[in-house]
Write a protein that binds this ligand. Structure first.
Ligand SMILES: [Zn+2]
Length: 102
């Protein structure tokens, strides 16, 4: 085991049920319904940043959100999403202007 992965461990089924119930079957980030078999237990404050495995630091997320979020905390993640969103919004608006009928 690498020392870098300290604190990261597999969750028990009971822990997974508790986390899943917290989100009422929805991804805590994008709000999409998630399957119990496929959801990912996410650390609200990443272990990397000193977060714990305590239940109040855990939330259910879909695989995609979890992969995107990785070692960012919620604030950093939302900021990044906003950045991506506005970046693409600008593209969409300028495309629409360019593509508009003359
Ligand atoms: Zn999601």
């Amino acid at each position: 085991m690498k020392s870098k992965s300290k604190g990261r461990r597999k969750f028990t089924t009971l822990e997974r049920i508790s986390v899943y119930d917290k989100g009422n079957g929805l991804c805590a980030i994008c709000g999409e319904p998630i399957d119990f078999d496929n959801f990912t237990v996410d650390h609200i404050v990443p272990l990397y940043n000193g977060g714990s495995n305590a239940m109040d630091n855990l939330q259910p997320t879909c695989f995609v959100c979890n992969q995107m979020k990785q070692n960012m905390n919620r604030q950093q993640f939302l900021f990044k999403i906003r950045e991506i969103f506005f970046n693409n919004l600008f593209d969409m608006v300028s495309l629409r202007k360019k593509g508009g009928a003359a």
